[in-house]
Design a protein around this ligand. Structure first.
Ligand SMILES: NC(=O)c1ccc[n+]([C@@H]2O[C@H](COP(=O)([O-])OP(=O)(O)OC[C@H]3O[C@@H](n4cnc5c(N)ncnc54)[C@H](OP(=O)(O)O)[C@@H]3O)[C@@H](O)[C@H]2O)c1
Length: 383
């Protein structure tokens, strides 16, 4: 029996994780759940999953959370520190990292340092502080299991050979809602246009990241750190059907890929049950869905985000943290209707160019770079 801490249980990945957990009552117990500020949903989840402890980051939502808790008698915590407390407590063996953005960095790092198994969906901390996260996992004796569908696909496919035989990783991208749009159409895109993802149903931030291909940019860096593969061996191809999630090429030119429906419950389940494969009664992949699988090179002039990732990766140090923070800030401004869609590219590229890269010595350096990038974006927009 694994005791789970689900960080970000009220989000898209958190809800899918609870769906998977429900399918295996003999394998998993929910020890703790956390949310940002959605008190009502967290209370509903607590009533059903019956964890011992729950936490809400926004202290102002604490009273509301208490008011929704009918009949459930566990412990309720509030504030960002509470997330670290739950992520590192002895009673949980497995932490699902499903918060969105940089807010997941400290709790995920806490879990890694304590040697938990950690299923990582929350890619932003790996982008910001990959070397620190990997070092913490090694030091704590923790195992990181990828939940992102592409990285789960790489993880599964790479088992067909040895690390030294790995020649190339290809991450696939749906292409998002603007795959075939003109530059003019992208410049005029509304929030509703950008949130209208063709194949995946996800939280707002990652949906915008999919529309700019920044999600794939972050995934390039995530793959570099997770699989210890140089950037020049990580490629992105657009695959509009979202059936092939990644391909791994080996030294003998054999290519192994993982296929599945665009349904996050499959990579979540694999991350939870690894190294076993179990029947969770998920829908099977109808082979007719494979009748016309297409792959095309991404348009790097309309989507400069991919080049930003390679640039940040090549620069190293604090550059990926700046890429991530500038993007988080720009996406937040777009979601608040303060900037137009294509301004996201300018703001992220501008922050990356303006930043004086520091070596990534410690967490303080990363957090300072994160603050600098957010401030740079805010000031640029105000100006
Ligand atoms: N969705 C997918 O299909 C998918 C696929 C692959 C990878 N991922 C990655 O998984 C992560 C989560 O994505 P998502 O789509 O599930 O996001 P989401 O639906 O927006 O959910 C985010 C979760 O994080 C919580 N949260 C937000 N801000 C927080 C803060 N400051 N402190 C603590 N908790 C906070 C939210 O709580 P409230 O509900 O209370 O706001 C919610 O539980 C992202 O890093 C994303 O890139 C997602």
């Amino acid at each position: 029996m694994k005791n789970l801490c689900i960080l970000g249980s009220t989000g898209s990945i958190g809800v899918s994780t609870l769906d998977v957990v429900r399918r295996f009552p003999d394998r998993f117990r929910v020890r703790s759940l956390t949310a940002g500020r959605n008190a009502k949903k967290l209370a509903e989840q607590a009533a059903e999953a019956k964890p011992e402890r729950i936490a809400i980051t926004d202290k102002d939502a604490y009273a509301e959370l208490k008011s929704h808790l009918n009949g459930w008698r566990g412990e309720v915590l509030a504030g960002p520190e509470a997330l670290c407390e739950l992520a590192e407590e002895q009673e949980s063996d497995y932490v699902v990292s499903a918060i969105v953005g940089a807010a997941g960095l400290l709790p995920t790092l806490s879990a890694l340092k304590k040697g938990k198994q950690v299923g990582i969906a929350n890619k932003e901390p790996l982008v910001m502080a990959g070397p620190l996260m990997i070092a913490a996992a090694k030091q704590g004796g923790s195992t990181i299991l990828p939940i992102d569908s592409e990285h789960s696909a790489v993880f599964q496919s790479a088992r067909a050979g040895n690390h030294g035989e790995l020649r190339r990783i290809v991450l696939t991208a749906s292409g998002g809602p603007f795959r075939t749009a003109t530059k003019e159409k992208m410049a005029a895109a509304t929030k509703a246009d950008a949130l209208n993802h063709p194949t995946w149903s996800m939280g707002a931030k990652i949906t915008i990241d999919s529309a700019t291909l920044m999600n794939k940019a972050l995934e390039i860096i995530e793959a570099h750190f997770l699989f210890d593969v140089p950037y020049e061996r990580i490629e992105v191809w657009v695959h509009p059907q979202s059936i092939v999630h990644a391909l791994v090429e080996f030294a003998d030119r054999s290519v192994v890929a993982q296929l599945g429906l665009p349904d996050m419950r499959l990579p979540i389940q694999y991350a939870l049950t690894w190294p076993d494969r179990l029947d969770g009664a998920l829908p099977e992949l109808p082979l007719e869905r494979m009748a016309s699988l297409a792959f095309e090179a991404p348009d790097r002039s309309r989507f400069p985000t991919l080049d930003f990732a390679y640039e940040a990766g090549r620069k190293g140090g604090t550059a990926p943290a700046v890429l991530n923070a500038a993007n988080e800030q720009a996406v937040a401004l777009f979601l608040e209707d303060r900037i137009k869609f294509t301004k996201i590219f300018d703001l992220v590229g501008g922050a990356l160019s303006a930043h004086r890269v520091q070596p990534m010595d410690d967490l303080d350096t990363v957090l300072a770079a994160d603050r600098w990038a957010r401030e740079h974006v805010r000031k640029t927009v105000e100006a």
